[in-house]
Design a binder for this molecule. Structure first.
Ligand code: AHR
Length: 654
């Protein structure tokens, strides 16, 4: 194998390997967003979802969700508890998101709004309950003495670590009390921010050194119907005012169903931008293009209304009154660019500044629609793209090519998008969920792709060993090594493939709908799958320029189960080699034209002879890269690839 070290080609974009985030599999509430109380403001359609009266309410006279005299019109529901007498069971408990993960000795801040309505009751007992009802932490809150709502707060410090704790709120005395906005939030968040994110999960993302962060999905961008589409304007500002909606993944998929799946939007667009900044990734928001999910209602926004789009000044959005035309969606995109990049003097820029981020987020990319297809998509894409480009010519637009890389819709969309005037489509977003062999067979997908026109964003991909939508899918080494083979093709064609992201990113072990996923977690721990380590090896070694590779005697990439790509990383040479064979494979590498190579290279190897190997919470690094020294003799490297392995060989300059 010859790597032409002295013939560097196109630059490898910094964005090549990034992240796809979607609130699927409890990735946001119950995952990255660490609020422990489910349905904290009683605003879900089932207003007591997540809450249970203790002992079935036997010690309570009544418990009911009401709206009269609410603390805030933005959050109109609250809970009224009436206790007959002092009892350890005169209250309610919250179940969290498949329990609440709490750690011994760490602080958790309880905040709520309370109003004393009647009776002598003066205190609220707050208990964090562990295994078999054991008390992990307990404290009491003095209830307000006046008539109105009052914010109350205390800190709980659990005596033991437990993944499935519950929160109990008990009236200490007879009387009637109203409660709202009950939050239990860990003090230890990413960068110790209030309303901050779960630190171990953010760290796993940061460790990937991602080039971009695509958010908020996925199908949740579209919603099952337009009324429950993702509306970014509803997700910024005061957290207490963000109204929850049903999650698109609150549906049966792969014979799994999570009927308690909602989006609280505690993790909203401001937090996504902030996260992108924290992990050094370009933000890539995907926006609705006036179409609900085509796997569900396929509801369409009309192209136009008689009235012109409303002014862009921030105004509260009323879901019930929502009947938007395409103009509204376009305006949302323009306003998002102003929110992200505009000055404090602009209406939306002022909102960002008010949330504590005076500097612009430097948004450069916008995705228009997610995985949509057909004439309705193409009809909406063009005016959307024209309007955004007219106001923000520098912004790169990302279009959808539809769901299946082998389908007619995909080809139709690609043809149409490629024929649009230059610049209207920056990148075409291709998705591939397929069996592992598809990834190995398609490693050359972009080798002969046209070099003019839009670039490629491989926006969602993952190898599904059992086929898509099968709950038996596992994050096996077979899936991951096949993705690695495919990624050599992405890297080799990094002049045209400018972005790529595995999908989905996260899954809660007790609340998932879709598998495989890159990172699995429970309420306390998380682990990266073999695919995670493949992503990490590629991302941390993506280099700066593509290097040409010649295989022996005209052999093709992938032939005989060997896949190779190479890059220069400034002065280093980095070669990626995938051996998808059960036997070791000796290779002789010539780094032609390389001057001043060090005598020792470094091989980072991910290998397992058993293709069914997986990581788990119990064995999080069963399969993880190991590093070995390799001798370099001038321009020659002799190395034996282990069976079923990915090797990243870095030859440093002397
Ligand atoms: O990644 C899971 C889903 O797969 C996404 O929501 C959607 O875009 C695709 O069909």
């Amino acid at each position: 194998i010859t790597v032409q070290a002295d013939k560097p080609g196109a630059a490898v974009p910094k964005t090549l390997f990034g992240l796809f985030f979607e609130d699927i599999n409890f990735a946001a509430d119950g995952g990255l967003y660490p609020e422990l109380v489910k349905n904290k403001s009683f605003e879900l359609p089932e207003p007591l979802l997540g809450w249970q009266a203790l002992k079935g309410g036997a010690a309570l006279e009544t418990y009911q969700v009401r709206t009269e005299g609410a603390a805030s019109p933005a959050s109109p529901h609250y809970l009224r508890l009436t206790a007959k007498a002092t009892s350890p069971d005169a209250g309610i408990s919250n179940e969290g998101f498949r329990g609440m993960g709490v750690k011994q000795g760490e602080d958790y801040t309880l905040t709520l709004l309370a109003r004393r309505v009647a009776g002598p009751v003066q205190q609220l007992r707050v208990v964090l309950e562990g295994d078999k009802g054991a008390t992990l932490a307990e404290s009491r809150l003095a209830l307000p003495t006046g008539a109105g709502w009052q914010p109350l707060t205390l800190t709980l410090r659990p005596a033991a670590t437990f993944a499935k704790a519950r929160l109990r709120l008990v009236l200490y005395g007879a009387g009637t009390v109203d409660l709202d906005a009950v939050s239990l939030y860990p003090k230890a968040t990413w960068q110790n921010r209030p309303n901050g994110l779960r630190p171990d999960l953010v760290q796993l993302l940061k460790d990937l050194q991602p080039g971009f962060l695509r958010f908020p999905g996925g199908c949740i961008v579209e919603g099952r119907t337009l009324s429950n589409r993702y509306q970014w304007k509803e997700t910024i500002g005061d957290v207490a005012s963000r109204q929850p909606i049903i999650n698109r993944w609150n549906t049966e998929f792969a014979h799994r169903f999570t009927p308690d799946y909602y989006q609280s939007f505690g993790l909203g667009f401001f937090e996504y931008f902030q996260l992108s900044e924290d992990i050094g990734a370009e933000p890539l928001p995907i926006l609705n293009v006036g179409m609900a999910c085509q796997y569900n209602s396929s509801e369409l926004a009309p192209m136009s209304r008689a009235a012109a789009p409303g002014p862009s000044a921030p105004a509260p959005h009323d879901h019930a009154q929502d009947d938007p035309s395409l103009e509204v969606f376009i305006q949302d995109a323009l306003d998002l660019l102003e929110f992200a990049n505009g000055p404090a003097s602009s209406p939306w820029g002022a909102k960002r500044v008010a949330m504590g981020h005076p500097a612009p987020f430097n948004l450069k990319y916008i995705g228009v629609g997610n995985e949509q297809w057909g004439p309705q998509y193409l009809e909406r894409y063009e005016p959307f793209a024209r309007a955004v480009k007219a106001k923000y010519p520098q912004v790169q637009l990302v279009s959808s090519a539809g769901p299946s890389p082998d389908g007619a819709n995909f080809d139709l969309a690609t043809k149409f998008l490629r024929e649009l005037p230059t610049g209207l489509v920056g990148l075409i977003d291709e998705h591939y969920y397929a069996r592992p062999e598809w990834f190995r067979q398609n490693a050359g997908r972009y080798d002969n792709y046209p070099r003019t026109g839009p670039k490629i964003f491989a926006g969602e991909y993952a190898a599904h060993p059992e086929g898509i939508g099968n709950s038996k899918n596992r994050n096996t080494w077979d899936a991951a090594i096949s993705e690695a083979a495919f990624m050599t093709g992405l890297e080799r064609n990094a002049d045209i493939v400018q972005m790529a992201s595995y999908a989905p990113l996260f899954a809660h072990v007790d609340a998932w709908q879709w598998a495989p996923d890159l990172i699995w977690f429970d309420n306390l721990q998380a682990y990266g799958t073999p695919s995670y380590y493949v992503q990490k090896l590629f991302s941390l070694n993506k280099g700066t320029q593509i290097l040409p590779v010649q295989l022996p005697a005209g052999a093709k990439n992938g032939q005989d189960n060997l896949y190779v790509s190479a890059v220069a990383d400034k002065a280093d040479v980095v070669v990626k080699l995938v051996n998808y064979a059960a036997t070791p494979r000796p290779v002789q590498l010539t780094l032609s034209g390389l001057k001043r190579a060090a005598k020792t290279a470094q091989a980072q190897v991910l290998a397992a002879t058993d293709l069914q190997t997986e990581n788990s919470l119990q064995q999080p690094q069963k399969l993880a890269p190991i590093t070995q020294p390799v001798t370099v003799a001038g321009q020659q490297v002799s190395y034996t690839l282990p069976p079923y392995s990915l090797t990243v060989l870095r030859v440093p300059a002397r």
